[in-house]
Design a binder for this molecule. Structure first.
Ligand SMILES: [Zn+2]
Ligand SMILES: [Zn+2]
Length: 256
């Protein structure tokens, strides 16, 4: 992951507050395309420039080829308003370096997966296990990207309730573990849509924090088709359960 400096020199008498808002709107559009990660850092004014630092998955995440029509439109508006060009520059590598980016030509599958502390993409590659930038999923519409972002936000909200252990913990755990919960149904719909557009199957992860023994947990069947789904060996060093029919994955309970 990389830190990038995004800057535009103000060569006009444009209203600074409007400029600030337009800048934030551009950052939100870049979040939706997966070109910047982990939320938006506040821009600031220094001298004649408006500047911000953002995190990206790849060195060239901000290249124009990864833009969608909204990013292009917003850059155009900003540049017209400021009468100058938007400049972007890699200023360093982000720590930790733990998440590599998928470079597979044709992955066998993808996974929709995140956690409260994920700073990377919510889509992982089922072949190499690495992160897949949203802008690399070709054919998605703005609505599809908004849905991915919205599912990600909802999942992280539930996981935060789960980690907070005070308010709504049980409810949140059910949302993340039950294949029929509102969160899972939304997530599986998002998976289905990515599959439809890319032709690549997308697995959905079900969280598992049951108060049962590992022996008993291993006897559980796929919650959707009731078929066997326990793997002999972990998939991608993480998943213990996988149903190829229902495109569901899970892990053994982390509670017992
Ligand atoms: Zn890959
Ligand atoms: Zn199944």
């Amino acid at each position: 992951m990389y830190k990038q400096k995004i800057e535009i020199v103000i060569n006009s008498d444009v209203d600074k507050e409007k400029l600030y808002n337009d800048f934030i709107i551009l950052m939100s559009s870049l979040c939706r395309t997966g070109q910047i990660m982990g939320g938006i850092e506040s821009p600031y004014i220094a001298g004649d420039s408006i500047i911000c630092y953002q995190t990206t998955l790849e060195r060239d995440s901000l290249n124009a080829q990864n833009n969608d029509e909204y990013v292009n439109l917003r850059i155009e508006n900003l540049e017209q308003g400021c009468n100058s060009k938007l400049e972007m520059k890699v200023v360093g590598q982000h720590i930790p370096f733990y998440r590599a980016v998928c470079n597979c030509q044709q992955p066998d599958s993808y996974l929709l997966f995140t956690t409260y502390m994920n700073e990377s993409s919510p889509v992982d590659c089922g072949t190499c296990g690495h992160s897949v930038p949203i802008y690399k999923l070709k054919g998605l519409t703005d609505k599809d990207r908004t849905d991915i972002e919205s599912w990600e936000g909802d999942y992280v909200s539930c996981d935060n309730l789960n980690m907070g252990c005070n308010v709504g913990e049980k409810w949140a755990i059910k949302q993340m573990s039950d294949s029929k919960s509102q969160l899972s149904e939304f997530g599986r719909k998002v998976c289905g849509r990515i599959t439809e557009m890319t032709g690549i199957p997308v697995y959905y992860f079900l969280f598992n924090y049951r108060s049962i023994s590992i022996t008993k947990d291993k006897l559980r069947t796929c919650p959707s088709c009731n078929g066997g789904w326990l793997l002999e060996e972990k998939w991608l060093d993480f998943y213990d359960f996988k149903c190829d029919r229902c495109l569901l994955v899970s892990t053994l309970t982390s509670k017992s």
